[in-house]
Each structure stands twice: as structure tokens, then as C-alpha cells.
Design a protein around this ligand. Structure first.
Ligand code: SF4
Length: 355
């Protein structure tokens, strides 16, 4: 049985013709049912003939990830623990933001791998190690789960506004399925996310980075977290195998649209990378490309070797950068009470099961 969520639109068109003997426009009808109307049952596809629906049901299925836990933070951040078909578990997070008019919109943080091979020392997912890549059905299935939770059925101006690939896994190491997901997200007859509303975040590896820029299907965020090679080797040992100077020179020639900038993510770890000497080293790095900086205050996980930075150091760090012309935006860490940082909920649940 093929899960139809695993087919891109051209693949669905080919499958519809080959397996159902139906014309191309039928594939578009199925596509709209799956991605816009979030159908999970072929019987609900009422503009498709009964024999065609029966034939589909005999050959295909529509399987979403199963929600096994939902935790909602006081600030509205909502985390889902999802079980995939083989029993593997991943997380996805919905993060709210309110406009000046008081309209609530959401950003969803997607996972793209079960676990992660990169082993960044501050990350709960990194501690778990790598299990496997996720399929397009599993990556985009997270969006269907979130939209159902929100009751978000609007095709225009939906509640779910932005997608970030910042959950479990390194997107450039599951590039094929991430690319197919980006192509499908972009379909105006499907989920209809413009590339301007999608960010792919990498810890900064060489593989597939250039290709991501050339596809133009998402903005780029790079997890920097250290302003020099030596510190990067300490806190992100695997990512640092690609030296910082080579990462930066590749980013200098990265394909960007007009007005697009590369976002650098910088997690402030108390006493590790949050001094003014680190801010001083960051200035020429960020200014060497069309870049901006997101400062994120570390949210310590249980047993973590790192601590949160003090409020005073965070403010001094931010001010130092602004005074030197670096756009540095302090991101509020949301969902601390529900372990919203990548991998924390899964790690906590696994620990509970062992105890
Ligand atoms: Fe992997 Fe990202 Fe965690 Fe690093 S921070 S271990 S790349 S999931």
C-alpha cells in the first residue's frame, strides 16, 4: 500500500494514470483533498467517482503521524510527540505570535530525521544519536496534524503562517526528502507556502548547502553558536569538521534573492559563548555576508552541562552587537515549562518509560 502523502504532485499524476487509469486532472483533485481539505478517508472525496475511490482504497492509503502526547505551555507554545508507522517518535512544536491587532498566527517547527547524527553538545536530540531519515509523508504529515489541532482549514491567510525546519535532525543530511517536501509545500493547489514563509536551518555542513540556495524554495538559517573555530569544535564537534572560515566563504557566495538575508542562530550558553569577547568576534563574521543574528537564550535540559546565561550578560551582548551595526534580535525562549527545545520532550518521555 502506498501512502499518498509520500508522492509529489508529478509523482501522484504518474501514479493516478498508471494505477487508476485516470486522467491528470484526477490527480489534482486527489492532491487538493489530501493537502487542502486534509482528507484521510477516500470516501470523503465526493467529486471522485465511487469506482475510482474503491480502486484507490485497494491500492493506497493516507497515513498521518499519530499524536501520542500534546503539551501546551502557559505562553501557548504547543508541543506534539508523534509516533510514526514503525513506532519511531519525533516532535513538532507550534509557536504562537500575536500581531499588533491581536491576531494570533503560528509558526511550526518541523523535524526531518528521527534523532540526529550531528551530536551538538547542547541538544537533547543530538544525545539520542541518529535513527533514520523521515519520509516526505512524515515531514509534511506534521503540518496536517498541527492544522487539524488548530482547526485551520483556511486556504487563504491561514493561521499557520511559517514553517521552520529546526526540529529534530539536520535537513541537509536528509536532503532528498526535504527537497521533495519543499516542492510540495510550494504547490498553490496544496499547502501553498511561499518560500518566504519557510526557513531551513542547518548546523553548517557543506553537503547540499549550495543546492539548497540554488533551489530558492526556502530561506536559510545557520546555527553558528560559536564565533571561532576552537569554540565551535568544543560545542558542535561534528559540524565544526567543516572549518568556520570555509563555511563563511561558502555563505558569501550563497544564492540570495533581493532583500533576503541569511539568519545566524546563536544560542547563548552561560559562561561559554556569551562574553563581550565573543560578541567582538561575531561582528566581522556576520557582517561578512548579508546576515542577521538571532540570539536565543539557552533553556537548560535536565542533566545538561550548560547553564542559562545571566540576563545582564544577554543584554550587554545584544547591545554590543547593535552598537556595531549588527542586526541582533533577541528571541524569547518559548515553552520552557513543556520542554519545547528540540528533543527534550522525547528524551523526557523515554526517561519516564525507563524509570
Ligand atoms: Fe542535530 Fe540540530 Fe541537535 Fe545539532 S542542534 S544535534 S544538528 S538536531
Amino acid at each position: 500500500m502506498i501512502n499518498l502523502l509520500n508522492l509529489t504532485l508529478p509523482e501522484l499524476e504518474a501514479w493516478t494514470q498508471a494505477e487508476l487509469g485516470e486522467p491528470k486532472f484526477r490527480a489534482m483533485q486527489i492532491w487538493q483533498w489530501i493537502w487542502q481539505r486534509m482528507a484521510r478517508d477516500f470516501d470523503t472525496m465526493t467529486n471522485i467517482s465511487r469506482p475510482c475511490r474503491e480502486s484507490m482504497a485497494a491500492k493506497a492509503c493516507i497515513v498521518w503521524p499519530e499524536v501520542t502526547a500534546v503539551e501546551e505551555s502557559q505562553d501557548g507554545t504547543t508541543k506534539f510527540l508523534l509516533r510514526l508507522e514503525d513506532g519511531a517518535q519525533v516532535e513538532t512544536v507550534l509557536i504562537p505570535s500575536d500581531s499588533r491587532e491581536g491576531v494570533r498566527r503560528w509558526t511550526q517547527c518541523l523535524s526531518c530525521q528521527v534523532g540526529c547524527a550531528m551530536g551538538c553538545t547542547f541538544c537533547s536530540t543530538g544525545e539520542m544519536g541518529f535513527e533514520r531519515n523521515m519520509t516526505m509523508a512524515e515531514i509534511l504529515g506534521q503540518i496536517l496534524v498541527a492544522r487539524e489541532h488548530l482547526g485551520d482549514t483556511r486556504l487563504h491567510w491561514p493561521m499557520l503562517r511559517n514553517i521552520v525546519f529546526m526540529g529534530m535532525g539536520e535537513p541537509l543530511l536528509n536532503f532528498n526528502e526535504v527537497m521533495r517536501s519543499l516542492q510540495s509545500l510550494n504547490s498553490d493547489k496544496g499547502l501553498n507556502f511561499s518560500p518566504r514563509r519557510i526557513t531551513v536551518s542547518t548546523c553548517g555542513i557543506e553537503k547540499n548547502l549550495k543546492e539548497l540556495g540554488e533551489c530558492g524554495l526556502a530561506f536559510l538559517a545557520v546555527s553558528l553558536h560559536a564565533p571561532n573555530q576552537e569554540l565551535r569544535e568544543r560545542i558542535m564537534p561534528k559540524a565544526a569538521r567543516w572549518p568556520l572560515d570555509r563555511l563563511m566563504s561558502t555563505l558569501q557566495s550563497y544564492s540570495l534573492n533581493t532583500r533576503e538575508r541569511i539568519t545566524f542562530e546563536y544560542l547563548l550558553l552561560g559562561g561559554v559563548n556569551d562574553g563581550l569577547e565573543h560578541a567582538r568576534e561575531l561582528v566581522p563574521l556576520v557582517n561578512s555576508v548579508k546576515g542577521k543574528l538571532n540570539l536565543i537564550v539557552y533553556n537548560p535540559a535536565e542533566g545538561s552541562p550548560y547553564a542559562a546565561p545571566s540576563h545582564e550578560r544577554v543584554l550587554a551582548f545584544e547591545k554590543y552587537l547593535w552598537d556595531r551595526g549588527v542586526t541582533a534580535i533577541l528571541r524569547k525562549s518559548k515553552g520552557q515549562d513543556i520542554k519545547a527545545a528540540c528533543g527534550q520532550l522525547k528524551a523526557a518521555r523515554q526517561k519516564e518509560q525507563l524509570e
